[in-house]
Design a protein around this ligand. Structure first.
Ligand SMILES: NC(=O)c1ccc[n+]([C@@H]2O[C@H](COP(=O)([O-])OP(=O)(O)OC[C@H]3O[C@@H](n4cnc5c(N)ncnc54)[C@H](OP(=O)(O)O)[C@@H]3O)[C@@H](O)[C@H]2O)c1
Length: 256
């Protein structure tokens, strides 16, 4: 049995791969950067043993999720745990950002995540067991001016995951959603967030997020928000109007 982690070449996905390798699991690592995945594979196999398989996959491409499912199936790898972690953001006023980047983001953050959940989830249901962790963000709790599409994509991931958690619980499949706050990873550069205030304060490391996520996920927690400050912020967000929440978010991430 295998744990499949998308976006395992860096950041939170890489840290989660380390946790699963340490726990003695066989792992399938997917992302675009195969060189980095192979480096991680070598590192993990040397340190922990276990079977590590690498898959080059660009999940912003149409049909990529189906192709990845097919590749794992052809190799006879049965996925008992799926971590839908791969995701990107994009900073900027919506009328100035490039639509092609937002379409790729939606394909990656929403469409591929949904397809992988259905394809592997159905197999899990057939076996009567399995676990899925979808990575959203605390962005899922607020409207996000200056990152409108990203925040909306994460709201989808959270809503989708909590609905499936309800549908699949009695079928033996746990579905959880991970909602990290700002985390020190490659995300900031990929999302063109250099000019934003958002990452200027002290933030959690990918390892801290992965440790908390791993522990809570394996305790069966449905909605996982790592870090006390992040939990307070999401709670506060539910107490104010959407308009106020949007103004606050804008202030926290506008250009310095
Ligand atoms: N860092 C934060 O502040 C933060 C906060 C909340 C939520 N999150 C979420 O956490 C998740 C992981 O991000 P991270 O912070 O760890 O950032 P990261 O270090 O940039 O990692 C993103 C991962 O996704 C992969 N990826 C990106 N585009 C891809 C594509 N088209 N196809 C397949 N894989 C792709 C990247 O690998 P390749 O480049 O090799 O493809 C990389 O492994 C994302 O869903 C993100 O939205 C991050």
């Amino acid at each position: 049995m295998t744990v499949l982690i998308t976006g395992a070449s860096s950041g939170i996905g890489k840290s989660l791969a380390m946790k699963y390798a340490e726990a003695g699991e066989n792992i399938a690592l997917a992302a675009r950067n195969v060189e980095r995945l192979n480096q991680l594979k070598d590192e993990l196999s040397q340190k922990y043993g276990g079977e590590i398989t690498v898959f080059e996959s660009d999940l912003s491409q149409e049909g990529a999720a189906q192709k990845l499912y097919q590749q794992l199936t052809e190799k006879g790898l049965k996925v008992h745990t799926l971590i839908n972690n791969a995701g990107v953001g994009l900073f900027g006023e919506f009328h100035k950002t490039e639509l092609v980047k937002e379409e790729a983001m939606i394909q990656l953050n929403i469409t591929s995540l949904t397809a992988l959940t259905k394809l592997f989830g159905k197999d899990m249901i057939q076996r009567g067991e399995g676990r899925i962790l979808n990575v959203a963000s605390i962005a899922a709790y607020f409207p996000g001016p200056l990152m409108a599409v990203y925040y909306a994509s994460k709201a989808y991931v959270k809503s989708f995951s909590l609905a499936l958690s309800n549908e699949w619980r009695d079928l033996g499949v746990q579905v959880s959603v991970l909602c990290p706050g700002p985390t020190s990873t490659g995300f900031k550069d990929a999302a063109e967030l250099d000019e934003s205030k958002l990452f200027k304060n002290k933030i959690m490391s990918a390892e801290e997020v992965a440790n908390e996520a791993f522990e809570q996920f394996h305790k069966g927690k449905e909605e996982i928000i790592p870090g006390a400050m992040n939990r307070i912020q999401t709670r506060f967000g539910s107490l104010v109007s959407s308009k106020t929440a949007a103004s606050i978010v804008r202030k926290t991430q506008e250009r310095v």
